[in-house]
Design a protein around this ligand. Structure first.
Ligand code: HEM
Length: 398
């Protein structure tokens, strides 16, 4: 039977994951943790899981919930609601538990429909073509393509005017840094950024109330029989903007790194774009971990985890679990029975998954059709974060 293990080696492995060396290649460390035990106790008290099945349980089990206010109190921030950055994030649906989560998710799902996502296809194709037209010679793939595409797509969906979209990159990056660390230095940048985002979105919502359009914000404002409050509308719009952003950027970036490292597999991107995107999501997932709090006792790996315990599921590790995937460290764009954990699971399953998949399914084939000889052209820069895995710079030559 498994036990919750905490040794000098597990502690060393977990702390390596927070260093640049560990970030460069976390996968051997995940493997070692998984071999030592399915359940590992981190120095901060959280229980870490690395097996596919256990990560899926952490995402899906209704007895586990989001940690928001409890976690913030835990890290010594009883005044969290006074910080605009923490308030905007931790009062959002992403951090909510039922029944508040159920209501918010229902209201946004009725506006964020499959039909609305599908309707964006021609606009995404046009944006991709436009960005590719501007790529020439040596280029930083992040700033030339991987960032502007998702920001414009989410901007289009929400109805943020094109000219206003670029300013959101630094703002959202500063704001969402609180997902990684909450300290005074981070808050000093995150709070004003969140306030600016909030004020912008409040104005946009007021404008759509006066003159409704066909965008998602107009649908949310109109509501149905039940409506979101003004504050909930701003928070929801902020969440959608932030959640759809660095994640999709890094799907494009990590996916391209994987493809350039396996040039023989590039043709598969044209043959089966949807299958290729699933495998790229599995191979190097942009969201490496999710966390939960046990609100009741729950069995994981045969062990009873008591109410009050915090759990961290390394989705990036579950996606490389040899018990679930044959040759998990091999990129195989035609992999059968592929069901990566990259969008989480259960009630918080990523709302934007169909949109992220659509963007990547259009982007990769178009990129390689236009630039069949695309290669890496210099040292990339890794993003200094644990939860979001990706690059801030990726020089390529067309
Ligand atoms: C490759 C790109 C993406 C990845 C890897 C990703 C990953 C995730 C994951 C792992 C979760 C679950 C978090 C948890 O359980 O704690 C999540 C939730 C969420 N995602 Fe995504 N996401 C991506 C793109 C998007 C896009 C494009 C949007 C919006 C347009 C979006 C909106 C959301 C929202 C609103 C939630 C919260 C859902 C809820 O709490 O019910 N995501 N995402």
């Amino acid at each position: 039977m498994a036990t919750i293990v905490e040794t000098a080696e597990t502690s060393e492995l977990l702390s390596e994951l927070t260093t640049m060396v560990g970030r460069e290649d976390p996968y051997p460390r995940y493997d070692r943790l998984r071999q030592i035990s399915p359940l590992v106790r981190a120095d901060d008290g959280a229980i870490v899981v690395t097996r596919y099945a256990d990560c899926a349980t952490v995402a899906r089990d209704g007895r586990l919930g989001h940690t928001s206010p409890d976690m913030l109190a835990f890290v010594g921030l009883p005044d969290w609601a006074e910080h605009p950055a923490l308030r905007l994030l931790f009062t959002s649906m992403l951090a909510a538990n039922p029944p508040a989560h159920t209501r918010l998710r229902r209201l946004v799902s009725s506006a964020f429909t499959a039909r609305r996502v599908q309707a964006l296809e021609p606009a995404i194709e046009a944006m991709v073509a436009d960005l590719l037209d501007r790529m020439d010679g040596e280029t930083d793939f992040v700033s030339a393509f991987a960032f502007p595409l998702p920001v414009n797509v989410i901007g289009e969906l929400l109805g943020v005017p094109a000219a206003d979209r670029a300013q959101f990159q630094p703002l959202i990056r500063d704001w969402t840094q609180v997902l990684e660390v909450i300290d005074p230095e981070v808050l000093a940048r995150a709070d004003p950024a969140a306030s600016t985002v909030r004020a912008y979105l409040a104005d946009l919502i007021a404008e759509r109330r006066r003159r409704p359009g066909t965008d998602l914000i107009s649908s949310l404002v109109a509501g149905g029989t039940e409506q979101l409050t003004e504050d909930e509308l701003v928070t929801m719009a902020g969440l959608l903007f932030a959640a759809g952003f660095e994640t999709t950027t890094n799907l494009l970036v990590n996916g391209l790194v994987a493809l350039l490292g396996h040039p023989k597999q590039v043709p598969a991107v044209q043959a089966d774009p949807a299958g290729a995107v699933e495998e790229l999501l599995r191979f190097d997932t942009p969201v490496q971990l999710i966390s939960r709090l046990a609100y009741e006792d729950v069995q994981i790996a045969g062990v009873t985890i008591g109410a009050g315990e915090r759990l961290v599921a390394y989705l990036g590790a579950g996606n490389r679990d040899p018990e679930r995937f044959i040759a998990p460290h091999r990129l195989d764009l035609f992999r059968a029975d592929n069901a990566p954990l990259s969008f989480g699971g259960g009630i918080h399953y990523c709302l934007g998954a169909p949109l992220a998949r659509l963007e990547a399914k259009i982007a990769f084939p178009a990129l390689f059709r236009r630039f069949p000889n695309l290669v890496a052209a210099g040292e990339p820069e890794r993003r200094d974060s644990l939860t979001i895995r990706g690059l801030t710079r990726m020089p390529v030559r067309t």
